[in-house]
Design a binder for this molecule. Structure first.
Ligand code: AMP
Length: 463
């Protein structure tokens, strides 16, 4: 089955072919016809499955068909963030058209990445797109919004800032996408999302993508979607043959030395290392730098500029190690990433699957290793149960764990060394059994005023 057989226009097929895609991924095979049919969609899909093209390609097709402008030269693809680009393409004065598709994402990085895909896949169309997220100035976004924008990719908090200031008009949205909806709920965006939904026309197409389906997500989906087509992409662990997974048992105090040893011994480059907390990420970077391993951290307390810079250096392979928390790393797409290291196991087993989804993507071979101390054995068992396979253990000579070590108690959903007084850079449990609780919005988008509960026990931060 090829992309053209799915009913996409030649201009779109040409762009994806140039991108190097020869055939649709399983999620694309299901999602593209479903979206083209105009109905609502509920998709179980995580990053790494090709879900982004699964919704952007048919949206581009639908919007360009309706606009009747599908084969004109190129979409602006100058590599600059869309909010920094002039609103109109040079030599193509256009009158302002309404925003017709809104894609909401939990994080800035994912928003930027999705919009990059929109531009890339739509480069032979005349449609325009932009991103809106916090951590950067409002004004360039306001200026850009004065021009023509067909597809808007946004994080909820900053989008609401624009709504409050009257600088964005959502009254003509035809297609709404909630990307990584589970993560948006986890991050406490539900109220913001509901406020945004209230501003949209009632008659519209809704597409909801989620990696997991807790009761919260199911309830939310049923309130939003109208007789949706339901599809599910193969879970990452079913394609684990492209990812070599391994566990290195080690004492908690030896983890950092073992990581340095592994990186130096195997000459690893482009290593994405996960820690559980922002503080832990910063501390690890400092230690790795002391070991002469160039590293940077990416997490919610970093400025947007620092995050973008770190990611760019990592992507162009001028940075050896990027240390990230789960939320900051969500949605990062680095093709052919060779090494993912779980410096600490995640509290939620599904996050393990997301993490290792950074490597071995789209058929490339990758390696995912976990440094596991005695505190984390229960987490490891949970992960193995979820992925339905035992992970091979390898003890590195010189780093043998003490067989008599006692696990440290779990505190605030965290364990062991990372737990002492540190806050996780992610929402805590998303167990379907957990009682629904009112959630306070955390903002990916820094400058938003008000609407934040000072007594929220949920971790705060900017993502
Ligand atoms: P996503 O799940 O949307 O984050 O996409 C994961 C990766 O798969 C990205 O690097 C895409 O560029 C890539 N990709 C998406 N669709 C295809 C395809 N049909 N063939 C090969 N790679 C793809």
């Amino acid at each position: 089955m090829s992309f053209s057989n799915l009913g996409l226009s030649d201009a779109i097929v040409r762009a994806v072919t140039e991108r190097g895609y020869t055939e649709p991924t399983p999620i694309q095979l299901q999602a593209i016809p479903a979206v083209l049919s105009g109905g609502d969609l509920l998709a179980g899909a995580q990053t790494g499955t090709g879900k982004t093209a699964g919704f952007t390609l048919p949206i581009l097709h639908l919007l360009s068909e309706a606009k009747g402008d599908r084969t004109v030269d190129s979409h602006a693809s100058d590599g600059r963030p869309s909010s920094n680009r002039p609103a109109e393409k040079i030599g193509q004065p256009r009158k302002r058209s309404p925003i017709r598709a809104l894609i909401l994402t939990p994080t800035r990085e994912l928003a930027a990445q999705v919009e990059e895909s929109v531009r890339e896949y739509g480069k032979y169309l005349k449609l325009t797109s932009m991103t809106i997220f916090g951590g950067v100035g409002m004004n360039p976004q306001v200026q850009r919004l004065k021009g023509s924008v067909d597809i808007l990719v946004a994080t909820p908090g900053r989008l609401l800032d624009h709504v409050q200031q009257g600088t964005v008009d959502l009254s003509r949205i035809e297609i709404l996408v909630l990307d990584e909806a589970d993560r948006m709920l986890d991050m406490g965006f539900i109220r913001d999302i509901r406020r945004i939904l209230a501003l949209l026309p009632k008659q519209r197409q809704n597409l909801l993508f989620s990696a997991t389906f807790s009761n919260d997500i199911k309830a939310f989906a049923s309130s939003l979607l109208n007789q949706p087509t339901m599809i599910e992409a193969e879970r990452r662990h079913l394609t684990a043959d492209t990812v070599a997974q391994k566990v290195y048992p080690v004492d908690r105090e030896q983890k950092r030395q073992l990581l340095t040893h592994l990186i130096k011994e195997h000459n690893w480059f482009q290593v994405l290392v996960f820690t559980r907390t922002k503080h832990g990420a910063d501390r690890l970077v400092k230690q790795l730098m002391d070991d002469n391993i160039p590293s940077l951290a990416i997490h919610g307390n970093k400025s947007q500029a620092a995050r973008t810079r770190a990611l760019a250096k990592f992507k162009d392979a001028s940075l050896q190690v990027l240390v990230a928390t789960d939320i900051a790393a969500r949605g990062i797409d680095i093709s052919d990433l060779p090494h993912v290291v779980n410096f600490e196991l995640p509290n939620v087993p599904e996050d393990y699957v997301h993490r290792i989804g950074r490597t071995g993507r789209a058929g490339a071979v990758g390696e995912a290793v976990s440094l596991v101390c005695v505190d984390e054995l229960k987490l490891l068992a949970d992960i193995e149960r979820l992925i339905k396979q035992p992970l091979p253990r390898e003890i590195v000579p010189g780093f043998e764990p003490n067989p008599h070590a006692k696990p440290e108690p779990i505190q605030n959903g965290q364990r062991g060394q990372a737990s002492r007084g540190k806050r996780p850079d992610r929402a805590p449990s998303r167990s379907p059994q957990a009682a629904p609780q009112p959630r306070t919005a955390r903002h990916a988008d820094g400058e938003r005023s008000g609407a934040r509960s000072p007594v929220s026990r949920r971790p705060s931060g900017r993502h």
